[in-house]
Design a binder for this molecule. Structure first.
Ligand SMILES: Cc1cc2nc3c(=O)[nH]c(=O)nc-3n(C[C@H](O)[C@H](O)[C@H](O)COP(=O)(O)OP(=O)(O)OC[C@H]3O[C@@H](n4cnc5c(N)ncnc54)[C@H](O)[C@@H]3O)c2cc1C
Length: 424
């Protein structure tokens, strides 16, 4: 019968697949067990529940433990676990890296290296892995993967934000090096970084996107000056950065000369990819949002959240959050754990942004006047941090490309609609 061989073949194939899946699951479980054992004897107890500041600073009580923890993680390559071992990573698969994060979360442990390395682990490193020469990878990646070297990103300028291709900072060829002059703005962590990934104009006569290059610039030199800018939430995460005859070695040009637009587009996709998980309005979520809402706004006779309108918006928010989480899981599963970056990151960034901001809005609303405090004993810690989170949350729809700019990318690169802005 003609059908039989095909049926037999199908069964063999599916049996093989099933075996593969089962052996992968078995390996993952064994990996989890080894992670749990290692964490039990290596994560400093003093750091349980410790929450790192944006700059990765720690108080005296935690400083030495944090440094010890950084070194132990770096030795394992678990600061940037999916990177190749020769560049300071551990060569883990994405499911293994996810399991590592989950096991850390279970005991109150965390990976401080992506914060200590600034823009290094999430953005510069993956871009160097893709565009860098072997020499660049060997010189720059291990410092990032160990969290010893912090990177900032010099993209935006006073007259070039969303329209980044209008940038005016110039790099002039001096034979063995480039001399950089100009100003960047909103440079996160510039005052505490050792290196900067910057986009600069190397051919002023070319069309604006064609004359740009991506350079890696050492911050510790006389030609670099940084001035911190204070934010409405009280923190000062970024700077104005001035380049005045700052020197960049020719060996630190990333990608081809005048092809920096391709490099930075890829880097920005990595940035958006890293921003696809919805942030929480209250840092340590010991209590669920609905439970907290009921505590503040009260319940009706049936035990439901008392305010019917707030209840409806809460349900809408929880559904959007759940749908976002499931979509991220589906995309990861479809990519078989590989997690490719693409224009789709713009969709997820916008949906994560909307969810985070609506969570902050809802939290402030049910807290009522307790959600208006800036300081003072009458306010609980969670109330003060909610206000700061709400103010800080305004930035999410701006950094990494604004909400509107992501919509432009979605319309052009995903929906195939004609470009209507940013010609040139
Ligand atoms: C917390 C934070 C950290 C940051 N860190 C860095 C960093 O480390 N390095 C760095 O280089 N930059 C950084 N930035 C800057 C960020 O990338 C820019 O703020 C962002 O690209 C927007 O540029 P802009 O501020 O010049 O606003 P503009 O480009 O002037 O935009 C103003 C408004 O116009 C809208 N708009 C602009 N163009 C269009 C268009 N074509 N279609 C529709 N609407 C449009 C925007 O959506 C926005 O609402 C950071 C920003 C923030 C808030």
């Amino acid at each position: 019968m003609p059908l039989a061989p095909a049926m037999v073949q199908f069964n063999v194939e599916s049996d093989g697949k099933r075996e593969n899946i089962m052996s992968e699951a078995h390996n993952l479980e064994a990996f989890r067990t080894s992670v749990r054992e290692w964490l039990a004897s290596n994560f400093p107890e003093n750091l349980v529940g410790f929450s790192m500041g944006m700059e990765g600073s720690a108080n005296a009580l935690h400083e030495s433990d944090l440094e010890l923890w950084r070194q132990r993680l770096a030795e394992k390559g678990w600061g940037a676990p999916t990177w190749p071992v020769i560049y300071g990573g551990a060569g883990l698969s994405h499911p293994q890296a996810k399991a590592l994060g989950q096991e850390m979360g279970k005991i109150g442990a965390f990976n401080p290296i992506p914060i200590l390395a600034g823009m290094g682990v999430t953005m510069v490193g993956p871009t160097v892995l893709e565009y860098g020469t072997d020499d660049q990878k060997a010189r720059h990646l291990p410092g990032i993967a160990s969290g010893a070297i912090r990177w900032c990103l010099g993209l935006s300028e006073p007259n070039a934000g969303s329209d980044l291709a209008s940038l005016a900072t110039k790099a002039v060829d001096q034979g063995d090096c480039f001399m950089v002059n100009g100003q960047k703005v909103w440079t996160s962590g510039a005052d505490i970084s050792q290196w900067c990934g910057a986009v600069v104009r190397t051919d002023p006569s070319a069309k604006k996107r064609d004359g740009i290059s991506f350079v890696m610039l050492p911050m510790n030199q006389a030609g670099v000056e940084t001035r911190p800018i204070k934010l409405i939430s009280g923190v000062s995460p970024f700077c104005e950065t001035f380049f005045n005859d700052a020197r960049v070695e020719k060996t630190d040009l990333l990608g081809d000369l005048n092809d920096g637009w391709s490099v930075v587009k890829r880097l920005l996709q990595h940035e958006r990819q890293s921003q696809t998980s919805a942030r929480s309005a209250v840092s340590a979520e010991k209590e669920s949002l609905p439970a907290m809402a009921m505590r503040y706004a009260g319940t009706d006779a049936e035990g439901k959240l008392a305010d019917a309108d707030l209840r409806t918006r809460m349900v809408r928010h929880l559904m959007a959050e759940q749908a976002h989480g499931l979509t991220v899981s589906r995309i990861t599963a479809e990519a078989k754990g590989k997690v490719e970056v693409s224009a789709a990151a713009s969709i997820l960034k916008n949906s994560a942004t909307a969810i985070s901001q609506s969570k902050s809005e809802l939290t402030l609303e049910f807290m009522g006047s307790q959600g208006l405090g800036w300081q003072g004993e009458q306010f609980a810690e969670e109330e003060l941090s909610t206000v700061r989170d709400w103010l800080w949350g305004k930035a999410i729809s701006i950094y990494g490309g604004s909400y509107e700019v992501q919509n432009n990318i979605i319309s052009k690169n995903i929906l195939g609609l004609p470009e209507t802005t940013q010609k040139g």
